[in-house]
Design a protein around this ligand. Structure first.
Ligand SMILES: Cc1cc2nc3c(=O)[nH]c(=O)nc-3n(C[C@H](O)[C@H](O)[C@H](O)COP(=O)(O)OP(=O)(O)OC[C@H]3O[C@@H](n4cnc5c(N)ncnc54)[C@H](O)[C@@H]3O)c2cc1C
Length: 417
């Protein structure tokens, strides 16, 4: 069957794109390499829908941090020497985009997309009656030094005029919002509270979308890795896998961090690389009620139902799926320094460890839209914001492909920029 659309990748981006297209009446097929959907980077992320975090990671000063990480095995942001050749060109663009003007351009466009995206995600959850461990109590970003507090305030002051909701809290107000922080109150100078941001389980969202898609006759082919494209007179007309070929009017690549490798043979060069991150999930660990980000530790702790998840670190190391204890131990240390009482006595053996590969674009903006190759579009590069941005990115792409009229400004995300 020639589908209207087929999507390579069944993570947050692929499933969301399929859902947005199907809602507009299109027939959709998903081709996923793993044995099920949502099993790669969308599986055990920090679970935060956080518009406040729209600023790309290449903020001014990142070069010094990355270079010093070469000598520090426990650094939260870690550049590995063996990754140099594969990220050299990307790295130069990443650093170039850390200048104030491009950094702000990316931040404000990401924020606008995130703000809309969260509203779409809300609407989807409601229309599908999703049970995904959602906690709508807002999100807390704690600060341990005046410098950190001032830096966060500077960013939020820039975002407030474009609609951003934020409350600066002193230490007492912070502890009132999240009583589990009381044991470290003397280490805090305050926090920022974002009432519109929230947390939910991204994998459960993937599974809920999968069910809705199948109920509406979306074909989801798992365990099938796309190895190339079928072309006719330069137009992409389908996808090749080891076993079969599949045709569609339009093929969308939403293969996370692997998107760049897939489209490169077509002459498309997307400045997109994997940035590895880890999480530890603890079962039956009640207590904390709010998702909390600690910028100083580059860590996030999120209650998801009766589970507590700590996630963080950024490693520039290619697609290395290993889970070494020396990289996981600092994550446990981060949890212990945010919630020393709740995490007392916990060891790595009490946790389910996981790693994923954030699809990080060099300029901090996702790639959403048609490419210069007829019949081919992409939806990738959402980096550390993929859960936050998935519904909005999908709605934007569906509008671009089906009506060319969008409610979200699309230029900044043009894959051919
Ligand atoms: C530690 C960590 C914490 C994070 N926390 C948050 C957070 O709190 N909030 C937030 O907004 N974001 C967060 N993120 C980012 C978010 O998880 C990602 O941006 C998002 O999951 C990316 O989704 P995706 O669909 O693009 O990629 P993926 O989930 O990786 O999906 C891509 C899919 O494509 C498939 N695929 C690849 N190649 C092929 C092929 N050749 N053929 C067929 N299929 C293929 C893969 O198997 C995979 O299933 C976090 C990421 C990490 C690592």
């Amino acid at each position: 069957m020639v589908a209207d659309f087929q999507i390579i990748g069944g993570g947050l981006m692929g499933l969301s794109t399929a859902y947005a297209l199907q809602k507009r009446g299109a027939s959709v097929r998903i081709i996923e390499a793993r044995e099920g959907v949502g099993l790669e980077t969308s599986y055990a992320n920090a679970g935060m829908l956080h518009a406040f975090n729209a600023a790309p990671w290449n903020r001014p000063g990142v070069t010094r941090q990355l270079l010093s990480s070469l000598l520090d095995p426990s650094s939260a942001m870690k550049l590995r020497a063996n990754a140099f050749p594969s990220i050299f060109k990307w790295g130069i663009e990443f650093i170039a985009a850390s200048r104030p003007e491009p950094h702000w351009h990316a931040t404000k466009n990401n924020y606008a997309l995130a703000d809309t995206s969260i509203k779409y995600a809300d609407a989807w959850c409601a229309e599908l009656n999703m049970q995904i461990d959602t906690s709508k109590n807002g999100l807390l970003n704690i600060a341990r030094s005046e410098r950190e507090f001032a830096a966060a305030r500077k960013l939020t002051e820039k975002l407030e005029p474009i609609g951003f909701q934020v409350h600066a809290l002193n230490v007492a107000e912070t502890v009132a919002k999240e009583p589990a922080l009381a044991p470290i109150a003397d280490q805090l100078v305050g926090s920022f509270y974002y009432p519109d941001d929230y947390s939910a389980d991204a994998f459960k969202f993937c599974k809920a979308l999968e069910k809705a898609l199948i109920d509406n006759e979306c074909e989801i082919i798992t365990g099938s890795k796309a190895s190339g494209f079928l072309r006719e007179y330069g137009t992409v007309i389908g996808v090749k896998t080891e076993a079969e070929s599949y045709q569609a009017q339009t093929t969308i690549v939403a293969a996370g961090a692997r998107t760049a490798n897939l489209v490169r043979p077509l002459g498309l060069k997307l400045a997109l690389r994997p940035v590895k991150g880890y999480s530890l999930t603890f079962q039956n660990l009640p207590g904390p009620v709010l998702p909390v980000i600690d910028d100083n530790l580059h860590a996030a702790v999120t209650p998801l139902g009766n589970r507590l998840r700590v996630a963080g670190t950024a490693e520039f190391t290619g697609f290395n799926p290993s889970l070494p204890r020396h990289r996981l131990a600092p994550l446990l240390g981060m949890l212990q320094s945010i919630y020393p009482e709740h995490s007392q006595g916990l060891t790595l053996d009490d946790a389910t460890p996981w790693c994923g590969f954030r699809p990080m674009s060099a300029d901090g903006l996702p790639f959403i839209g048609a490419t210069k190759i007829k019949g081919l579009a992409v939806n990738s590069g959402q980096g550390h914001m993929g859960w936050t941005l998935c519904a909005g990115s999908a709605e934007l792409l569906a509008d671009l492909l089906l009506s060319n009229q969008t409610t979200i400004e699309a230029t900044a995300f043009d894959p051919m920029r």
